[in-house]
Design a protein around this ligand. Structure first.
Ligand code: NAP
Length: 228
């Protein structure tokens, strides 16, 4: 997603807890952005390592946005699966449930609160990455799914409260990532698509400034008529 936005010319502020991996990603994003722009133009990429559940880290992200002078898009993508292997709700350790809600619901809402003044000033947008587990009843997915459902309804209400912004909440579909492997420990997940496969869908959502609402990446691919 960050690479797709860099290719569109977006300056980026990116975060993750692993500072070394984040720094490497920032270098690759600068190169991807520069390659797609006119010769001589650059894409600014600011890496702010930290944990999104930490209020000081959220403040640091907003300070970086304020220093940049504007904020057009906030993407709340960082999340956690919660307990793994996925336990039934009957056995879900409450502390792990609380941690899943902290990362998947409280942190993105708290970051959005901080970002709203800058987003309102630019008529910007919020993209919250959710999941089909928010709306489907998959056994074992109750903790993660309940947290994603809470993020979806918070997004829905935010869209009603902030009509000058765009607020999107979107299911990327199954993707070949570390989190997906955690959900299916020991399974071969090589048949799942790479995360890069859904980038055109999310770039379309952002660049066409589609109406606020819930979207599925599969229905946003450039070849598809837009449906939510
Ligand atoms: N993969 C799927 O099949 C799938 C399906 C539906 C929805 N989703 C959603 O898509 C989003 C991305 O999932 P993914 O599969 O790419 O997960 P992932 O493989 O676990 O990657 C998560 C990314 O977020 C960062 N991150 C995680 N926790 C963080 C925290 N507390 N603070 C800051 N950064 C944090 C991670 O970097 P660090 O570890 O360095 O922090 C990593 O870059 C999530 O919201 C997920 O729920 C994924």
């Amino acid at each position: 997603m960050a690479a797709g936005l860099a290719r569109e010319g977006f300056d980026l502020i990116i975060d993750a807890r692993d500072a070394v991996a984040l720094d490497a990603a920032a270098g690759a994003l600068r190169a991807a952005g520069a390659a797609a722009q006119r010769p001589g133009s650059t894409v600014a990429v600011t890496a702010v390592p930290g944990d999104i559940t930490d209020p000081a880290h959220r403040a640091a992200l907003l300070a970086a946005a304020a220093a940049a002078g504007r904020l057009d898009l906030l993407v709340n993508n960082a999340g956690t699966l919660g307990a793994s292997p996925l336990p039934a709700l009957a056995d879900y350790p409450p502390d792990e449930l609380r941690a899943a809600f902290e990362a998947n619901v409280i942190a993105p809402i708290a970051l959005t609160q901080l970002a709203l003044p800058l987003l309102r000033a630019s008529g910007g947008a919020v993209l919250n990455i959710t999941s089909d587990a928010a709306v489907e009843a998959y056994a074992g997915w109750g903790g993660y799914g309940a947290a994603k459902a809470a993020l979806e309804q918070a997004s829905n209400v935010l869209a009603a409260e902030e009509p000058t912004l765009r607020v999107w909440w979107a299911d990327p579909g199954d993707l070949r990532t570390d989190m997906h492997q955690l959900a299916f420990p020991g399974e071969d997940i090589s048949d799942r698509p790479e995360p890069s496969s859904v980038v055109p869908a999310f770039v379309r959502l952002v660049t066409q400034r589609l109406p606020s609402g819930r979207y599925r990446a599969a229905h946003l691919m450039p070849s598809e008529p837009v449906t939510s």
